[in-house]
Each structure stands twice: as structure tokens, then as C-alpha cells.
Write a new protein. Structure first.
Ligand SMILES: [Zn+2]
Length: 476
């Protein structure tokens, strides 16, 4: 047993590394930057938790969700790793102060943070004087993916990297095509990174996509749930009120179901999530707000009543089925009207060149907040994206502020994001429409090799039954 295996045993009670883990841990220990493109459940957290213990300085872990960091720190502490902490807005000022004190005393080896905290100048100043061995960025696709997971603050992690100068950077994500991977490396200023790519294939998942009118989909989903051993299940829909009417429909049909979306009070969301984790609920009908950081291994089905806007989103949401490696089913309903709606949604996500020019021409004379009425046609998301990107995340919108980006840069930037979002949506539509193997369609979107037929998606199964039919005809 070598040193790494010894600590693997002590800290994680495991005898052997899973595929890829040792290579990444060794690279990080040697001070190399690493981009790990690993599927969900491959054991990403170990690749920064183990080096955090073995490296001399501090390991910073940037994580998008408070619940995720709390979970990880709690698990580590159960294994008596008292050197793991997190800082977030749910803590009292006093507690945060104490943790920062501990940092200076060298008693903290690993600190979990939300990306927003790195934008705080005062906090960065404090960190600047502490040697940082490793900066790990979890869910690194948030840097580039301007979809549901996107966080403006993620874009600025690169600035913190320049200030803090960590010995190495480790970015991990489950969902990135080559272009996104390059963007992550560039944005974080990674130097000659090791690219660790594990197959994104989840052989235990079966895929199907069905074209159906919106009105019939709940009934079809119900039939599907009753036919197959399909519970617990997550049902995704795009709109909040839709998740509520769906929950009611399934309740009326005898299932223990509840809706979940960002419009519900935090307390209620926690309660519903907990009930689902404990199998007291069989079904959650949710928007994309549900899922990140939810570790429920026995979800048997993920059904999309309406399609998401990118293959990245689909892979991630569907991938919540079957994390215990037992069979999981991923069914997606779609219709042309869904894609028309998604296209419209997408078009209103970014301010256009004309709006940006107008915004910049008014800025020198008005605080940004006073300009909202001039741009009332922009959605709240588009407005927030515009002000955050042009003026900086922490800019005071009540003051007259200088933009941090040049007008032409911003126009160009938004145009690129817009066209990338359109490509993603098109790829999602192709996934729905294809008659080829769906697993292959999904994997090749992420630039991964796959056999022509997987034998476990609707298209492959139809092909087999067609061939079988012909064969039977021939015999008859
Ligand atoms: Zn297939």
C-alpha cells in the first residue's frame, strides 16, 4: 500500500481508486493544472479532498450550491476531518469571522466557497496572504454555459485566480463539449492542463423520446410509470405552474407527488426534497431548479414533459436516474411547439446591439437603475445579464458607473453567446428528431465515441423489433 492508498483508506475507507482518480490526484499533487470531464457519480470530490489533506497550503473549493458544500463538509467531519470548513451567507458574521481567523492560524486545510465570495475585494485581500496550493472549481461548466446553470460570478473566477495565484487549478464537470472545455481552461488561465476524460456513457440508462401533443403527455407519463417499475421518479417541466398542475394530476391518480420550483419558499423546498430523499414522496414534478447537489441513488426514471434547451442540460437532468447503477429510464416528450417556445425564450435572453449602444450612451448621465424603464422590453434575466456584465457583478446600480467592458466587446460577446445557445438548442432538437441511436447522438455531441447501436434506446429497440418482424415474416 503506498501513501495515497493509505490515506484513501484512512480518509474515505476505500481500498482502491476508481478509474481516473489516481492520475488526477497525482497530477494535482505535482502542481499541474487539471480539467476533469467526468460523468456524475465518478468520484470527483475525492480528487480535491485527498490532495487538500496532503498538500501544505490551503485548498479552495468553489462550489455553486450552499447545500453541496454543507454536505461535503459534514461528511468529511464525520470522518474527523476537522480542517474542512465552508463560508457562505447562511452563517452569522461572527462565525465567518472565526473561520477567517482559523484560516490565518493555518488550521483550515480546505475551504468551500460560493463563487460570489471571490468577488468580494476585502475577502480576496485576506486570502492573498495565505499560500493556496489548489483551487478546485466544481461544476466548472457554469463558467460558460449560459443556460439554467449559469452563474455570472463563475465568469470572474479567473480574476481571483490571477490575484491568489494557486499552485494548481483543478476544474471538474460532467458536461462539457470540446469548445466548452477550451473555454473553461482559458477563462481560468490554466497552463498546459492535464485533460482527464472518462466515458460519459451511462450503460444502465435507457433513453427514449416521444413526439406527443402537450395535453396528452401527463396521461402518457402516467401510463409509462404504471407499466414499468418506474418509481421514484423526477418529472421535469419548463414552467412553474406546469409543475404544480402536474403534481396535482399525479396525486389525483394515487401517486405521492409534490411540485418543486424556485418560486416556492425555501423551507418548503427543503421539506419536499427531504421527503423525496427519504422515499416518503414517490414523485417530484420540477423545473430545472431541482437536482444539482441532490444525491438520491435510487431514482428509476427521469421524464421530461417538455424538453430542456441544451443537450448539456438534458444529460445532466436525465443522468439523475440510476445513480445506484441499477436500471434507469429517461423519457423525453417533445413537439415542434416546444422548440418554437424555447427559441423565443432564447432570443430574449441577451440585449441586442441596438440596446447595448443605447445603454452605453445613457450611462454617463444616469445611474443604471434609473434606466430600467427605458429597457422595459428586456426580460429581467436579460437586464441583469446586461448590467452585471457591463458594470461588474458588484456595481452599485444607484450610482453613475463606468462600464468595465467596452461597448463593442459586449456586443460581440453577447452575439457569440446567443449563437452558441442557438446551436445548443438545435442540437437538442436533433436529439429529439433523430432516428439513429440516441445514446450515440448524446455521446457524439460531447465528442465521445460510441457504437452505432446501443440496443437500449427506443430507436435501437424499434430497429430490433423491425428486423425481428422481417425475420418472422421470412420464416412464415
Ligand atoms: Zn441506441
Amino acid at each position: 500500500m503506498d501513501k495515497l492508498e493509505y490515506w484513501l483508506k484512512v480518509l474515505f475507507n476505500r481500498e482502491a481508486f476508481r478509474p481516473g482518480q489516481r492520475e488526477v490526484v497525482e497530477a494535482v499533487l505535482a502542481g499541474r493544472d487539471v480539467l476533469a470531464l467526468w460523468p456524475t457519480g465518478a468520484g470527483k470530490s475525492l480528487t480535491y479532498q485527498l490532495p487538500a489533506l496532503l498538500l501544505p497550503g490551503l485548498t479552495l473549493v468553489i462550489s455553486p450550491l450552499i447545500a453541496l458544500m454543507e454536505d461535503q463538509v459534514e461528511q468529511l467531519r464525520r470522518r474527523s476531518a476537522n480542517w474542512a470548513h465552508y463560508l457562505n451567507s447562511s452563517q452569522s458574521t461572527d462565525l465567518r469571522h472565526d473561520i477567517i481567523q482559523e484560516l490565518h492560524n493555518g488550521k483550515v486545510k480546505m475551504l468551500f466557497l460560493a463563487p460570489e465570495r471571490l468577488l468580494n475585494y476585502y475577502f480576496l485581500e485576506q486570502l492573498r496572504h495565505i499560500p493556496i496550493s489548489l483551487m478546485a472549481v466544481d461544476e466548472a461548466h457554469c463558467i460558460t454555459q449560459w443556460g439554467n446553470d449559469f452563474r455570472h460570478s463563475y465568469m470572474r473566477i479567473g480574476e481571483a485566480v490571477r490575484v491568489l495565484k494557486p499552485r494548481s487549478i483543478l476544474a471538474v464537470t460532467a458536461t462539457a463539449d470540446s469548445q466548452t472545455a477550451q473555454q473553461i481552461c482559458r477563462s481560468l488561465g490554466m497552463c498546459n492542463p492535464l485533460l482527464s476524460r472518462l466515458s460519459l456513457d451511462r450503460p444502465n440508462l435507457e433513453y427514449a423520446a416521444v413526439k406527443a401533443p402537450l395535453k396528452q403527455r401527463a396521461e402518457l407519463a402516467l401510463q409509462h410509470l404504471q407499466k414499468s417499475a418506474g418509481l421514484p421518479a423526477v418529472i421535469y417541466a419548463s414552467k412553474r405552474d406546469h409543475t404544480e398542475s402536474l403534481a396535482k394530476f399525479f396525486q389525483e391518480n394515487g401517486l405521492k407527488a409534490a411540485p418543486y420550483h424556485a418560486g416556492l419558499p425555501a423551507e418548503e423546498r427543503r421539506r419536499i426534497q427531504q421527503a423525496f430523499l427519504e422515499d416518503k414522496l414517490q414523485l417530484i414534478t420540477a423545473t430545472t431548479a431541482f437536482g444539482m447537489g441532490v444525491d438520491k441513488p435510487n431514482i428509476r426514471q427521469v421524464i421530461h414533459i417538455t424538453p430542456p434547451n441544451s443537450p448539456e442540460g438534458y444529460y445532466q437532468e436525465a443522468g439523475r436516474a440510476g445513480r445506484d447503477r441499477n436500471k434507469g429510464h429517461c423519457l423525453l416528450f417533445w413537439g415542434s411547439e416546444d422548440f418554437n417556445w424555447l427559441k423565443n425564450q432564447g432570443q430574449s435572453r441577451y440585449a441586442c446591439a441596438r440596446d447595448i449602444r443605447k445603454f452605453y450612451s445613457l450611462l454617463p448621465r444616469h445611474p443604471a437603475r434609473d434606466l430600467r424603464l427605458e429597457f422595459i422590453h428586456l426580460s429581467q434575466t436579460a437586464w441583469d445579464t446586461l448590467t452585471d456584465t457591463a458594470l461588474g457583478y458588484e456595481a452599485d446600480l444607484d450610482d453613475i458607473a463606468e462600464p468595465i467592458l467596452e461597448e463593442s466587446c459586449l456586443i460581440n460577446y453577447f452575439e457569440r453567446l446567443q449563437s452558441r445557445a442557438e446551436q445548443r438548442l438545435e442540437a437538442m432538437e436533433n436529439y429529439c428528431r433523430t432516428r439513429e441511436c440516441r445514446r450515440r447522438a448524446l455521446l457524439s455531441y460531447f465528442d465521445q465515441e460510441a457504437p452505432a447501436h446501443c440496443g437500449a434506446c427506443d430507436n435501437c429497440l424499434n430497429r430490433i423489433s423491425r428486423q425481428l418482424g422481417l425475420h418472422l415474416q421470412a420464416i412464415a
